[in-house]
Design a protein around this ligand. Structure first.
Ligand code: AMP
Ligand code: GLY
Length: 421
């Protein structure tokens, strides 16, 4: 089978790597990919917002299945567009992608189907929002109702901060947000929970915990993710049952009631307190860097899984995992998540020697001749699997020390809740 992967991050390199190992897959194209995918697939430098260009390329190369990695093309309706030309796609429709594209869409489903989540109010006007804040307890959470690339969420400690958040959102800091969502602050510990669905049935696709803040001790600015580990330390049979019964099943039922269905990865961002799950948000894709920790745990052919999903035969697949502890540390360009230099050479990268249980997934990199250049904020994902999170992290630190890239930085404390030393 010939497949195309949309995206250029560490998640897409991990997907590309898993598909490259598959007996089912003959050839992979990445749109646009990165220096990592370049080594195992053919990178095609086209604009992923130009749906017609993608469709024409898919036809010209007889691509049989398109896997969409990031949320933006999903929310913009790339799946529906390609399917209207009878091209097979792994990824949810535009209607289903509102689960990530509109926080208010998701909140309304939660309300109607009794899905546990933070209490909330929706406001389309500054005056009403401020009135509500005048009578609220703090901390409180304020969100823009549109895709804001992981930003657009404010945890406000007092009234002044909350006024400022509302102002910034309505002033267009995150694009055209017509509404703000004000919600109760949930206490607990966060967990990422994944399923994959063919529109008829679904299967659990692992758990993870990520570190979103830039500084050690989970402090500082929010980022796309500085590292992750899988499985989550919080998961147990009882919690899993609650997540499926109280959150996932009613959400899929809601989409059915809207005459829609869910096909692709679904990522539930959960807050867990006293073994009770609350939904914080949905993402209509794999997590990044969670994906980089989960896919290497897979013992089943990923190409078979994706193929069965796109043919509505997921119920025939059995998904097997290894029991190893998987950890990922993200190497970033100095300055990230603020400004950083681009086109900086990553010397020594060819000298990195990986064992069977090590992976180096690229994110913001490109290849120029023999040279690998950093072009993004998150540059490389070092992943290692072993019998303990501590051993996995030690191994990654060894690899990072070997690379010794002076233009980069990483958090040394990824997984500190599962590594006591
Ligand atoms: P979101 O984009 O909705 O996932 O929010 C980004 C991050 O903000 C989450 O991963 C949480 O760390 C935090 N957050 C969002 N909503 C809440 C909430 N209601 N209570 C506590 N923390 C929250
Ligand atoms: N790791 C968080 C995300 O992918 O949104």
């Amino acid at each position: 089978m010939i497949v195309g992967i949309i995206g250029s991050g560490g998640r897409e390199h991990a997907i590309c790597h898993a598909l490259n190992k598959s007996k089912k897959i003959d050839k992979i194209y990445c749109f646009p990919g990165n220096a990592g995918t370049d080594a195992i697939a053919e990178n095609i430098n086209l604009d992923i917002n130009n749906f017609e260009e993608i469709k024409n390329f898919v036809f010209s190369k007889k691509i049989e299945l398109v896997v969409i990695g990031p949320e933006k093309p999903l929310v913009d309706g790339l799946t529906d567009y390609l399917e209207s030309f009878d091209i097979k796609v792994f990824g949810p429709s535009k209607v289903a992608s509102q689960l990530e594209g509109s926080k208010i869409f998701t909140k309304n489903i939660c309300k109607k189907y009794n899905i546990p989540t933070a209490n909330f109010g929706v406001f389309d006007d500054t005056h009403q929002a401020k009135n509500f804040l005048d009578n609220s307890n703090f901390p409180i959470v304020i969100k823009a109702d549109n895709l804001a690339a992981g930003k657009g969420v404010y945890i406000c400690e007092n009234k002044e901060e909350s006024y400022e958040a509302v102002k910034e959102i309505f002033d267009g800091k995150f694009g055209d947000a017509k509404n703000v969502l004000i919600e109760e602050f949930l206490e607990g510990e966060e967990m990422s929970f994944f399923i994959l669905s063919d529109g008829i049935t679904y299967k659990i696709f692992g758990t993870a915990q990520d570190h979103k803040r830039v500084q050690e001790g989970d402090k500082g600015k929010n980022t796309g993710g500085m590292g992750a580990y899988s499985p989550s330390r919080l998961i147990n049979e009882e919690l899993e049952k609650k997540i499926l019964n109280n959150i996932i099943d009613p959400t899929l039922r809601a989409l059915k009631d809207l005459k829609s269905s869910y096909k692709g990865f679904l990522y539930a961002g959960l807050m867990i307190k006293n073994n009770e799950p609350h939904l914080i948000e949905y993402n209509v894709r794999m997590g990044d860097p969670e994906c980089q920790t989960i896919l290497p745990k897979l013992n089943t052919d990923f190409g078979e899984i994706i193929d069965s999903c796109s043919n509505g035969r997921l119920n025939e697949s059995k998904i097997n995992w290894n029991n190893k502890k998987s950890l990922c540390v993200v190497l970033c360009s100095k300055g990230y998540p603020e400004t950083y230099q681009k086109n900086v050479e990553i010397k020594n990268i060819n000298k990195i020697e990986l064992n069977t249980d090590d992976h180096l997934f690229h994110a913001g990199t490109i290849k120029r001749g023999d040279v690998t250049l950093a072009v993004g904020g998150r540059v490389l994902n070092f992943v290692s699997l072993s019998d303990s999170f501590e051993e996995s992290r030690n191994r990654i630190h060894q690899l990072l020390n070997n690379l010794n890239w002076s233009d980069g930085f990483f958090r040394k404390d990824i997984g500190y809740k599962v590594i006591k030393k």
